[in-house]
Design a binder for this molecule. Structure first.
Ligand code: ZN
Length: 320
């Protein structure tokens, strides 16, 4: 008989849930908007409602949760989550176990995404790979011999906060010029808005009727594909730093694969090739030639699928 589990991806804008079997097949899937992230009790009760509708007639064994931020995975506590305000020193494991009635295992969302890749995605049968998420922020996780490389505080792989420009913009981590502030979806948007404020011309002004609030990354990408020079420059500035960090990772770790996920990865279209070109330019020849640079096949489900399988493995006592 197959074992089933539920995986939950708790994000600042939405909460995704899947029900899978141990082979990664998705049987049920759903999502809700997170809403006001101060409202912890309401969010936990919304999660319960979605959970009950997803589980319905399935007998599950466990629940896995991937959540952005600094997670004490051993004790099941979210120390701090940058986009979800109620999650400060919050006993998420215990709270969800009481509310949902099953064993719960939690960890960082990017690490859970990497677990999804390890079992069911591009990371399968791969000795050493790095999973990078490009989206509103930038995250990273390193997987070596089917284990997440955690570091002593479970913070290894936090590549989004590498300082690449000491004069740069202040980041959510309180430092300046982080990779995330140069290459995330938000950074691309900021680049365009700054350019417009400096008097640069772009078709985007017409598209949003001069309202900067309406500028978003998908619109910038559309215009970049059409040849708008400010939008192209914003995207190329981002992909330059992504390629540069990729070259550092190739030189430091000599990985077999670097797998990109997160919404921006798919939005980049042919600009994704720039990442490969730049990383080739700045990395050593032999490790570059032996690294495959790929897009994740699990797309937005990587974290929830990873969390679900993680919970099944942890329930059996496996270390991941
Ligand atoms: Zn930072």
């Amino acid at each position: 008989m197959k074992d089933y589990a539920v995986g939950i991806d708790i994000g600042g804008t939405k909460i995704l849930m899947v029900l899978i079997d141990e082979e990664g097949k998705i049987y049920k899937k759903g999502f809700i908007k997170t809403g006001n992230t101060e409202e912890g009790e309401r969010i936990i009760s919304d999660i319960k409602k979605l959970f009950l509708s997803i589980v319905s007639d399935f007998e599950i064994k466990s629940i896995g949760v991937g959540c952005a931020g600094f997670i004490d995975f051993k004790n099941g506590i979210v120390r701090k989550s940058p986009n979800i305000n109620f999650l400060v020193e919050f006993p998420l494991k215990e709270t969800l176990e009481k509310s949902l009635g099953y064993p719960v295992f939690i960890d960082n969302d990017v690490k859970m995404g990497a677990v999804g890749e390890m079992f069911f995605g591009e990371g399968k049968n791969t000795e050493l790979f790095i999973f990078i998420t490009l989206g509103t922020g930038i995250g990273g996780a390193i997987v070596y011999k089917n284990k997440i490389l955690r570091g002593i505080n479970n913070l290894a792989g936090e590549i989004g906060h590498l300082t690449l420009n000491k004069e740069g913009v202040v980041c959510g981590c309180e430092k300046k010029g982080c990779f995330e502030k140069l290459s995330s979806g938000g950074a691309i948007k900021d680049y365009v808005i700054y350019g417009l404020k400096m008097g640069r011309e772009s078709k985007i002004l017409e598209k949003v009727n001069d309202d900067f609030e309406k500028i978003d990354t998908p619109l910038i990408m559309d215009l970049a594909f059409e040849g708008d020079s400010l939008c192209i420059e914003a995207v190329k500035n981002a992909t330059f730093y992504i390629g540069l960090v990729t070259s550092y990772l190739i030189n430091i770790l000599n990985p077999e694969k670097i797998i990109f996920g997160g919404g921006l990865t798919y939005g980049l279209g042919f600009f994704f090739e720039d990442i490969i070109k730049i990383s080739q330019l700045y990395s050593l020849k032999i490790p570059f030639e032996n690294t495959k640079i790929l897009k994740s096949l699990l797309k937005e489900d990587a974290t929830s699928i990873g969390a679900a399988i993680y919970s099944l493995k942890k329930l059996r006592g496996d270390e991941i």
